[in-house]
Design a binder for this molecule. Sequence first.
Ligand SMILES: Nc1ncnc2c1ncn2[C@@H]1O[C@H](COP(=O)(O)OP(=O)(O)OP(=O)(O)O)[C@@H](O)[C@H]1O
Length: 242
Amino acid sequence: MEAIKTRNLIKQYKDLRAVNGPALTVREGELYGLLGVNGAGKSTTIKMLSCLTRPTSGDALVMGHSVVGEPEKVKAIINVSPQETAVAAKLSVRENLEFIARIYGCDKKEAREKANKMIDDFSFEEIRNKRAGTLSGGWQRRLSIAMALITEPRVLFLDEPTLGLDVLARRELWRLIESLKGRMTVILTTHYLEEAESLCDRIGIMAHGELCAEGTADQLKAQAGTDNFEEAFITIAGEGIA
Ligand SMILES: Nc1ncnc2c1ncn2[C@@H]1O[C@H](COP(=O)(O)OP(=O)(O)OP(=O)(O)O)[C@@H](O)[C@H]1O
């Protein structure tokens, strides 16, 4: 089954067409990377797919549900770890996890159990009672992803999950993201090309709101006639922009 399929999805901001009908298809269970230079339309696309903003026209199906006609059904099966880290700074790690579980309808006991499982899975034991605002950037991102996973989404959107992290924290998160493979569909945006190349099953490259190429990292390199992924990206994204 296709986890995501767009249908002439368009977002217009006054005279700027931020997203211009990218033909995006993501398969169930796939880890899909969405790449593109600044302003290519990645975040806006993700915001429409996750019902945070409404398309100007067109539609997209998420696990068969329309983001325009059935946003409640879509929201029930997805979650998002947004670009700006979404943890409540004054709440502890445990409180952040329980808070999200309660928002998604768990009672107090269930929320505590789910939080305990996440504390275990994510190795949060030592920091579980610390205020989230006092954690390093890497741990805050981990917490943000744990908060997105606590609702057991079938589709998870990770918008630049490793932005601004040092190389060790980034590699830690790679391992975490890799462990999600096959358990759910993951759509990831990133500017770190080696991240997309090493993690993603398939990669889509956006330019000017359109999808200008799609395939495995190897297919994209072959398409651009190079064995270097960065070169391939520059060639493909550059052609898309020209
Ligand atoms: N709320 C908004 N109002 C007006 N223009 C917007 C709005 N949100 C995004 N844009 C514009 O839409 C275009 C696409 O932005 P978007 O954030 O989707 O790109 P992106 O590929 O995610 O970029 P980046 O890599 O910099 O995050 C940009 O030109 C941006 O300035």
